[in-house]
Ligand binder design. Structure first.
Ligand code: KIV
Length: 283
């Protein structure tokens, strides 16, 4: 079985130019498959609010819900490095509250690190969490928890000022002590500059080919989330159609009596059955 992935190994991958592979997972069975596929990092993302809970955005998800999903993932995990997302408003108010909540996700959820959104504006909270001994992954560019403020799910950093702000965010996060940074929905060129500028791995999602690694939302990759599909998503299978076909076949077989057949049924002694029928059915 593969050894557990560690932060020094992730840093070494950046140094050697080996790509880091990350995917979201939210439950036990999927995590088992993710492990067998030898994915480096699992993110228990707050995207679960949209792809698992059916909510409009990631904003409403709670600490308790995140911890619940972290626990489910950890029961299926053997070797991936697991990061738990800090939900909206669990780290904004003060460094003390940020440390307390990051600690809960790590202690109760059992994960290896936490992720939070923002750059310069959250650097003091990142620093406090790291000082408490909890590894932090940053997340800049399109930060879905601030989707209202950003005016929707759209590419960030296209003009010189906003590109500079994202680069400064990355530098602030590196200085605050993150071990990696997610770059979401930024032009490839901006991601390339950040990847060259900072010493920690960059993990892209809609950030082009120059990042040190890549992350996708599992349900997007598997074709299970149909509500909308960002340009940067590549679906490797249409599992929605596969599951729909299986369920339709099941419905038809139950209705027509094809399932369950003798193959999926239990038999008993013929004499005992005859006696039971005579007593209860009179035949
Ligand atoms: O919650 C999530 O799935 C994420 C990824 C999009 C990086 O933050």
């Amino acid at each position: 079985m593969r050894k557990k992935v560690t932060i020094p190994e992730l840093l070494e991958k950046k140094r050697k130019g080996e790509k880091i592979v990350m995917i979201t997972s939210y439950d036990y069975p999927m995590t088992q498959i993710v492990n067998e596929a030898e994915i480096d990092i699992i993110l228990v993302g707050d995207s679960l609010a949209m792809v698992v809970q059916g909510r409009e955005s990631t904003v409403p998800v709670t600490m308790e819900e995140m911890i619940y999903h972290c626990k489910c993932v950890m029961r299926g995990n053997t070797s991936a490095f697991v990061v738990g997302d800090m939900p909206f408003l669990s780290y904004e108010v003060s460094p003390e509250e940020a440390v307390r909540n990051a600690g809960r996700i790590m202690k109760e959820g059992g994960v290896d690190a936490v992720k939070l959104e923002g750059g310069v504006r959250v650097a003091d909270r990142v620093e406090a969490i790291v000082k408490a001994g909890i590894p932090v992954m940053g997340h800049i560019g399109l930060t879905p928890q601030s989707v209202s403020l950003l005016g929707g799910f759209r590419v960030q950093g296209k003009d010189i000022d906003s590109a500079k702000r994202i680069i400064e965010d990355a530098i602030a996060l590196e200085q605050a002590g993150v071990f990696a940074i997610v770059l979401e929905c930024v032009p490839s060129g901006v991601a390339e500059i950040i990847t060259k500028k900072v010493s920690v791995p960059t993990i892209g999602i809609g950030a082009g080919p120059h990042c040190d690694g890549q992350v996708l939302v599992l349900h997007d990759l598997l074709g299970l989330f149909k509500r909308f599909r960002p340009k940067f998503v590549k679906s490797y299978i249409d599992l929605y159609e596969v599951i729909l076909k299986a369920l339709t076949e099941y419905r038809e077989e139950v209705k027509s009596g094809v399932f369950p057949s003798a193959e999926h049924s239990f038999s008993m002694n013929e004499e005992v059955l005859k006696a039971l029928k005579e007593e209860y059915l009179g035949s």
